[in-house]
Ligand binder design. Sequence first.
Ligand SMILES: [Mn+2]
Length: 337
Amino acid sequence: MAAPVTLPAAIDPELASAARRLVDRAGRIVIFAHQHPDPDALGSGLGLAHCLRALGKDAVVASPDPPPASYAAFLPGLATVVTALDGPPFDLVVALDAGEMTRYGDLYFRYEGLLKDAPILNMDHHVTSHGCGAVNIIDTTAAATAELLTLWLAQEGIAIATDAAKCLLAGIITDTRAFEFDATTPRTLLTGAYLMARGAVPLEVIKPMYRLRSLTAAQLFGLATATLASDHAGRLTWAEITPAMWLAVGAPVGTLDDGIPSFLIDIEGAEIAIFFRQIAPTTVRLSIRTTARYDATQLAGRFGGGGHPRAAGCTIEADLATAKERALAAARDLLGA
Ligand SMILES: [Mn+2]
């Protein structure tokens, strides 16, 4: 038998107990996942719902937007997530993975009649979070809301059964890209271990999220990456996709081409990578990736785009040859400077 995993009491005990009191007093609980819900919001929500139902509570997860159906592969209970509320009034709202009520769309305001007597418990890990609850458990050192929620459940001695553990681990894995991002700490891994000890399996999340692609997407990947080119001794890499390639595999133009920009920047020696996506005769979208020495927003900014320092994008209204000529000249400028 594996050694038991023990989690630290990471949450201020008074805050943890205040949250516990809100839960103990409530019979009917609605858990909010933010708009365009990601697996952390949904996994945290469903994980908590599974635990609360085991305590005899009536718990439902609600999001203003329907969850992507593909997440059902690794989030047990996904089909129970609702986008509308009804029935008797709720006596607790738990808002997860965002610290402003506006990030939950119009859920709160649309159902104010059902929610007006329900206090709000907010748990989140975003640096921008101010807290939107009567009790706010905000920890920006947590890699995921699911990490923070697991710590709270463990600290309060609330049992996490297998389905809950699977949902919570999915939140941690997706917010860290399988423990790859800087936000991952020893505590994140310990929390993952705690959930694995309760039956969650990392591969069940990692494969569908990051590795599995449809045959059509794989064929498209082959066509696009066959255009791979480079110069500046491999420091600049690029590839392109055209409407003809989408047509050749029978996919709608502009779809199924995820993952190619990261493929281009992961080539050894690459410092700037550009993926040219021609979606119309004179419309070319660029996905730019860079390594730490270069700022992707600087390059995207030259063409009116933006994004993050390592990943940015822009659109050039020109034919593909012209768009490539202009963007590659700008990239060479940056590399030569
Ligand atoms: Mn999150």
